[in-house]
Design a protein around this ligand. Structure first.
Ligand code: FPP
Length: 267
């Protein structure tokens, strides 16, 4: 039997638009998308505690959100995604939790390598990476080197990262420059020159900074780079932050007017 054609009396009625329900939106559906997104992934512990689960379970499910959000950002063609995975302050957590986070990170770096390569993602990290366990650093360097020539989205993990430490590190390098090339040279630096002393000088300023789990804080994240980022805070905890939650954040961004300190253009 041949398939029913458009004029065939037996042809099924055209599918209602509802048939599209569940399809992933295309880039064009968002109108304006941010080129660079950064996320403060918060609420893993609370997510677990609310379910009577140990905190590590929240981190484990949170690692699944990292995968889902990365894949979706790459599919939508975003330029950069920077995730706050471990702060300098996080070293003060109980040793058992720090150990678990490092184990998860190492596992992630190994298991995600194929996915990173399949999606053409460039993988980087920012932070005091020399404080990470040697095995985590080795897996990181492997993934970074392997993905360096990819042409797709940059996925950047902030690891042992603190915004103030990053600015201190930059200031120390300016001081070194002053000694090596003279004070006048250092005093002539412009804002954009300072960028080359940040952990990743190639990093774009995030257009959108998302924070999950409801707190209204920047928590020492990207203090230089996020100066003009649009902030989006959701009550959704990170382990529940998946494609639909990301789409809501992107739509909210699309509805914002960005003025960068200027007045709005006349209608
Ligand atoms: C905050 O939850 C989250 C973190 C400490 C960092 C994010 C870590 C992950 C998503 C897990 C592994 C990461 C990768 C890249 C595999 P919290 O413990 O501060 O939550 P709470 O505020 O509810 O206690």
């Amino acid at each position: 039997m041949s398939p029913a054609g458009p004029g065939d009396a037996a042809a099924p009625a055209p599918r209602p638009a509802r048939a599209d329900f569940g399809r992933l939106p295309a880039r064009a559906d968002f109108g304006r998308l941010p080129a660079a997104v950064a996320v403060i992934m918060d609420g893993n512990g609370r997510w677990a505690e609310e379910r009577g689960l140990p905190r590590w379970k929240g981190h484990e499910v949170g690692a699944e959100s990292v995968r889902a959000v990365t894949r979706e950002c790459a599919r939508l063609g975003l330029g950069e995604l920077t995730l706050y995975a471990f702060s300098t302050e996080n070293w003060r957590r109980p040793a058992e939790e720090v150990g678990l986070l490092m184990t998860l990170l190492e596992r992630y770096l190994v298991e995600e390598r194929a996915e990173i390569m399949d999606n053409g993602i460039v993988f980087r990290a920012i932070g005091e990476l020399d404080r990470l366990p040697a095995s985590v650093r080795a897996e990181y360097e492997r993934t970074r080197d392997m993905s360096a020539d990819n042409g797709g989205m940059v996925l950047r993990l902030a690891l042992s990262y603190g915004g103030r430490r990053e600015l201190l590190h930059a200031a120390q390098q300016v001081a070194r420059l002053a000694v090596e090339r003279g004070l006048e040279h250092a005093l002539a630096l412009e804002e954009d020159d300072l960028r080359r002393f940040l952990y990743d000088p190639t990093m774009r300023d995030p257009d959108l900074l998302i924070r999950t789990a409801g707190e209204l804080r920047v928590s020492n994240f990207l203090l230089w780079q996020a100066s003009y980022a649009e902030l989006y805070v959701t009550d959704t905890a990170w382990p529940d932050f998946r494609e639909a939650a990301l789409h809501a954040a992107l739509r909210a961004y699309g509805a914002r007017e960005r003025r960068f300190g200027r007045v709005a253009p006349e209608a």
